[in-house]
Design a protein around this ligand. Structure first.
Ligand SMILES: [Zn+2]
Length: 146
């Protein structure tokens, strides 16, 4: 195990630790980062490399700087859904490298990582399950968003 889990987590590695759920967004941010650490470790054990792409988006800071644009323009700048999981700091996009080559389309390794991600906690969602097939997106669901 890469690190010990916080006491409120429950049994790490189970899909539903005795009915426990994080109560707050901050708890989910901690859960997200712990799960990302475990996902990175899992990929490393396979001999694969992960690098960070888009993680947290400081939407409020961007709104302060870019005041005179439409919501659609703001979403283009942010690159993610406004008020979504990236803005809530419970989502991250990863780059996957197999034998030094980046995988930008679907491949079996993304499926392995997605399956592992979803095994870490019942709140974990993987973009490969989305209609948009966002294979490099890993998130914790909050308020109906993933
Ligand atoms: Zn994403």
């Amino acid at each position: 195990m890469l690190m010990s889990a916080p006491a409120w987590w429950g049994d790490v590695g189970t899909t539903d630790p005795s009915g426990w759920r994080p109560r707050t967004l901050r708890h989910k941010q901690t859960l997200f980062l712990n799960c990302i650490a475990r996902l990175i470790n899992h990929a490393h054990c396979q001999g694969w490399e992960l690098t960070p792409s888009d993680f947290a988006v400081d939407e409020e800071r961007i709104r302060k700087v870019v005041r005179h644009c439409t919501q659609a323009e703001l979403q283009l700048i942010i690159g993610h859904r406004l008020g979504g999981c990236h803005s809530m700091k419970i989502a991250g996009d990863l780059n996957l490298f197999i034998k030094g080559r980046i995988k930008t389309t679907h491949c079996p390794e993304w499926d392995v990582l997605g399956k592992h991600w979803k095994s870490l906690h019942s709140l974990c969602r993987w973009g490969g399950d989305f209609a948009s097939k966002d294979y490099n997106h890993f998130s914790i669901t909050h308020g109906g968003r993933s």
